[in-house]
Write a protein that binds this ligand. Structure first.
Ligand SMILES: Cc1cc2nc3c(=O)[nH]c(=O)nc-3n(C[C@H](O)[C@H](O)[C@H](O)COP(=O)(O)OP(=O)(O)OC[C@H]3O[C@@H](n4cnc5c(N)ncnc54)[C@H](O)[C@@H]3O)c2cc1C
Length: 382
C-alpha cells in the first residue's frame, strides 16, 4: 500500500489527486492537504469584476466533495515540509508519504508594494474583484489604470483581459469617451513568454481599443492620498486602480529549502521531479526555464498538464513499472476581449529557440469554450 501526499487543493492539486485516483486501486491512499474549504478558478475573477458573474460564490465548489471520490481531504494548514523524509507537518498531524506532489501555488504579496493595499483593487483576490465590480459600476469619468507590479505573475493574459473587459464595460455604459484606460507593466511587451508575435498582436488589440500601454514600468510605491503610482522612470495618476500584486513562493516552501535562486522550486522540465526523488512540484510553485530564457508561464492549464504527467509516472512506479510520461510544454489560454468573445492563444512553450504560440482571433465560440473549460473541471473535480 502506498500513500501519495498532494500538498494544495488548487488547480494542480485537484487535477493530480483525481488523475491518481483514476489510475491507482483503492488500497493506495491519496491524501490532499489544503487550508481552504472551497475551490474556484482565478479566471472567474474577471467575470465577477464585470458583473457578468454577480458574486464569487457562483464559481465556488466545496472541497469536502473529494471525500466521496476516494480522496482523503485534510482541511489544514501545512506548517512544515521535510522533503528528504517525505513528511509533512500540518496544524494537527505529521503525515508520511511515499510520494509528495507539491502544488501550493504562488502567494500574493500586495504588502510588498507600499500603498498597494490602500490604493488598488487586487484583481487576483475574489473578494476584491467583487468590490471592483461595484467601483466600476459607479465609475463615470477619469483614468482607470491596470498595474502589473512584478513578474512573474499568474496567467500572463489576465491584466490584458481586465483592460479589454473594462474598456468594453465602459463603452456599453456610454462613458468610455470620458475615461482613459491604461496598462502599466514591467514586461517589455504583453505576454513575453508567448513570444514577440503574440505580444505584437495584443499590442495592436490594445491600440484598436484606445488602451494606452506603458511597458518596462517598475513600480516603486503608490501614494493613495494623491492617487499617484511612483515608477522608476515617471509617475502616473489614476482615479481607479486595478492591481496585480507581487507573487512569492509560500513561506513553508522557502523554509523547507526547496526554492532555488529564482525564488521558485526548480524541477526537471519533463518529469517535474524536484532534487528529491519521489517529490514533485507542479503548477505555479515551480520554475521551468524555456529555451529562450523566459520562465514557463504560471497557468492552470500547465498545472493540470503537469499533474497528469506526474500521476501517470507515480502510478506506473506503484505498479512496478518505469514511468515514461513527459511534459512537452503544450498549453493554451482563452483571452477574454469583451463583447462576449475570447481569443485563443495556444502552442508549444518548450519549442526551441522560442515558444511556438499562435493567437487565434476572438470569437464567440472561444468564449463559450472558456466557460466550458471552467464548468467541465469543476464538475469533474468537485
Ligand atoms: C485573474 C486570474 C485569471 C486566470 N485565468 C486563467 C486562465 O484563463 N487559464 C489558466 O490556465 N489559468 C488562469 N489563471 C491562473 C491559474 O489560476 C493558476 O495558474 C493556477 O491556479 C495554478 O494552480 P496551482 O495548483 O499551482 O496553484 P493554486 O491553484 O493557487 O493552488 C494552491 C493551493 O495551495 C493552498 N496552500 C498554499 N499554501 C498552503 C499551506 N501552507 N497549507 C495548506 N494549503 C496551502 C492554497 O490555499 C491553494 O488552494 C488565472 C489566475 C487569475 C488570478
Amino acid at each position: 500500500m502506498k500513500t501519495v501526499l498532494v500538498l494544495g487543493g488548487g488547480f494542480g492539486g485537484l487535477a493530480a489527486a483525481h488523475e491518481l485516483r483514476r489510475r491507482l486501486s483503492h488500497e493506495h491512499r491519496i491524501v490532499l492537504i489544503e487550508r481552504r474549504s472551497s475551490f474556484s478558478m482565478g479566471l472567474s475573477n474577471l467575470w465577477v469584476m464585470t458583473g457578468e458573474r454577480e458574486h464569487p460564490s457562483q464559481g465556488k465548489r466545496e472541497l469536502s466533495a473529494l471525500r466521496d471520490k476516494g480522496i482523503e481531504y485534510v482541511n489544514e494548514e501545512i506548517l512544515l515540509i521535510f522533503p528528504a523524509e517525505k513528511k509533512v507537518q500540518t496544524s494537527s498531524q505529521l503525515l508520511k508519504g511515499d510520494y509528495i506532489i507539491i502544488s501550493l501555488g504562488a502567494e500574493l504579496a500586495p504588502q510588498e508594494i507600499d500603498g498597494f493595499q490602500e490604493s488598488a483593487y487586487n484583481l487576483y483576490d475574489d473578494a476584491e474583484a467583487f468590490k471592483l465590480q461595484a467601483a466600476l459600476r459607479q465609475f463615470r469619468k477619469g483614468r482607470v489604470v491596470i498595474l502589473v507590479s512584478r513578474t512573474p505573475f499568474k496567467c500572463p493574459a489576465a491584466p490584458y483581459e481586465a483592460a479589454f473587459l473594462i474598456d468594453d464595460l465602459l463603452r456599453k455604459r456610454g462613458v468610455r469617451s470620458q475615461a482613459e484606460v491604461e496598462v502599466h507593466t514591467p514586461e517589455p511587451y504583453p505576454m513575453p513568454s508567448a513570444g514577440q508575435q503574440v505580444g505584437d498582436a495584443l499590442r495592436k488589440m490594445l491600440q484598436e481599443r484606445d488602451i494606452a500601454y506603458f511597458p518596462d514600468q517598475n513600480v516603486l510605491k503608490i501614494e493613495s492620498s494623491s492617487k499617484t503610482i511612483l515608477f522608476e522612470l515617471e509617475d502616473a495618476r489614476f482615479d481607479l486602480l486595478v492591481g496585480v500584486p507581487p507573487h512569492t513562493a509560500p513561506n513553508v516552501i522557502r523554509e523547507a529549502g526547496l526554492v532555488g535562486s529564482t525564488g521558485w522550486i526548480p524541477v526537471d522540465p519533463a518529469t517535474l521531479q524536484t532534487r528529491y526523488p519521489g517529490v514533485y512540484a507542479i503548477g505555479d510553485i515551480n520554475f521551468i526555464a524555456l529555451p529562450n530564457g523566459m520562465p514557463l508561464p504560471k497557468a492552470g492549464v500547465f498545472a493540470e498538464a503537469e499533474a497528469t504527467i506526474v500521476a501517470e509516472n507515480i502510478a506506473a512506479e506503484v505498479r512496478g513499472e518505469v514511468g515514461s510520461a513527459k511534459f512537452t510544454g503544450e498549453g493554451y489560454c482563452y483571452i477574454d476581449v469583451g463583447g462576449g468573445m475570447a481569443a485563443l492563444g495556444s502552442g508549444n512553450f518548450y519549442a526551441s529557440p522560442a515558444p511556438h504560440v499562435e493567437l487565434k482571433p476572438p470569437s464567440k465560440q472561444f468564449r463559450k469554450e472558456k466557460e466550458e473549460f471552467e464548468r467541465s473541471r469543476l464538475d469533474k473535480w468537485l
